[in-house]
Design a protein around this ligand. Structure first.
Ligand code: ZN
Length: 443
């Protein structure tokens, strides 16, 4: 097991708490002075960082920052430094609200690449590797975030960016890629295509798959490892807080180490906003304690996970978070029933042992709301025989109805036809004229 910064990654918990407290203190002083959003909020609750922060737990007195707050401060209102000190700007796409714009100083970029380097090292990657990065290289943080960390450790980087799967595979063959960086579903799309192209996966040089960008399961990990002959690790980032590099798995593959000397993590109940204890499942809240340009305080990530207190076999002292189970807001409400796409995925997966690519679609007929499940057809899941296909659809329908109390309509669609963003199918689309009018299929 190797380390990028062994001294920091393995510091004692006492030492870590001291580092966190000092950095939090400095950050709160700065945002109170330089970011009017926080200056006002702190004043409202009569919180003076220099007097009122004596232990890390005092953070619980502070208000949360939401993605809405960041949208509302579009574009630069929440920056804590003048724009001339900002050397990079990233931004979310933002469909119904203003995009969320995040800035980085030169020091922020050094910290960022360093933290990504830690995670890549903990996933087994070294300067001898050839890394193919299939994330978008644009305003989103995925591509460039991993890229700079990979260069930092001295790996050879292939910035192939998203899409064009056959070209990705050709590059993988010709350039002897050893590490594939992608979303877990894209890893499986690549595995499918490799097989369809008649390529012997064993002849590729792949050794590792660095996965992130969407909730996934142990079953998906097992499938990626089996079909691509790799070791697959999970890592986690949030653009508003930094990007990739916030947490990542070591080769123990049992939860993602939080970079606690740079971020303070809390888990809250998203309904009551109460702070939950270790092991309890809830929304992850992050405070950035070393960011210069954009230090967010108690940012509600919307991602549901839990914190693992037990020490890891690898020797890192940083606590871990479980895999991201779902988004708190990834819920569709039909006829007053809350439906979590991930749970539907689990039900569908039980039927044939394979999780199909699917999207929940809410439609309105007259005054009645209906749930449709659009499922992409695969060779393994559906057969040519109409009778068997029909039986399978009926079984899916019944299982889902038993579980959620609404009978869905299952629609089979062609493989690869559901619209993807960053290689990922959005878990639901609302066609009831309430919000999202985007059709689920690619044009
Ligand atoms: Zn570990």
């Amino acid at each position: 097991m190797s380390f990028w910064e062994p001294k920091n990654e393995c510091m004692s918990r006492d030492e870590l708490r001291q580092v966190q407290l000092e950095r939090l203190q400095a950050t709160l002083n700065r945002v109170c002075r330089n970011v009017s959003f926080y200056g006002k909020k702190f004043k409202e609750i009569n919180f003076r960082p220099e007097d009122d922060l004596t232990e890390i737990k005092d953070i619980e007195r502070l208000p949360f920052t939401t993605s809405r707050d960041i949208s509302d401060s579009y574009p630069y209102e929440m920056f804590a430094v003048p724009l001339r000190e900002v050397v990079r700007v990233h931004s979310s796409s933002g469909s119904t609200t203003n995009p969320r714009v995040v800035g980085y100083t030169a020091q922020d970029l050094r910290t960022w690449s360093n933290l990504v380097a830690r995670i890549l090292t903990s996933s087994g990657i070294t300067r001898d590797d050839v890394m193919q990065i299939t994330y978008g290289y644009g305003l989103l943080t995925g591509g460039l975030g991993i890229h700079y960390g990979a260069e930092r450790i001295g790996a050879s980087v292939l910035p192939t960016s998203v899409g064009r799967t056959e070209r990705q595979i050709k590059i993988m063959q010709d350039f002897r890629t050893t590490v594939l960086v992608c979303t877990p579903t894209y890893a499986l799309v690549i595995a499918d295509r490799i097989e369809a192209m008649g390529i012997d996966t064993k002849k590729l040089s792949l050794r590792y798959c660095i996965c992130a960008g969407e909730p996934w399961t142990e079953e998906m990990r097992a499938e990626i490892e089996r079909r691509l002959f790799v070791k697959a690790t999970d890592n986690y980032g949030v653009s508003e807080v930094m990007g990739p590099g916030i947490a990542g798995e070591c080769l123990e593959q049992s939860g993602m180490h939080l970079q606690e000397d740079h971020f303070i993590a809390e888990i809250i109940d998203p309904e009551t906003l109460r702070v939950l204890g270790p092991g309890e499942e809830g929304e992850l809240v992050l405070t950035a304690i070393t960011r210069e340009a954009f230090p967010v305080i108690r940012y509600r990530t919307g991602d549901v996970c839990s914190i693992i207190e037990e020490p890891c076999q690898c020797g890192r002292s940083m606590r871990r978070i479980s895999r991201i189970l779902r988004r708190c807001d990834e819920m569709i409400v039909i006829k007053g029933i809350n439906i979590i796409p991930n749970l539907i995925g689990e039900i569908l997966q039980e039927i044939k042992g394979e999780r199909p690519v699917f999207q929940l679609v809410a439609v309105r007929e007259g005054h009645e709301d209906k749930l449709e499940i659009w499922v992409e057809v695969t060779e393994q899941l559906f057969y040519d025989k109409m009778r068997e296909q029909k039986a399978l659809v009926e079984l899916m329908c019944r299982k889902v109805a038993n579980f959620i109390g609404i009978t869905p309509r299952i629609k089979l669609v062609e493989k690869g036809s559901l619209k993807r963003e960053e290689g990922r199918v959005k878990p639901f689309a609302d066609w009831r004229g309430l919000s999202d009018l985007e059709p689920p299929l690619k044009h």
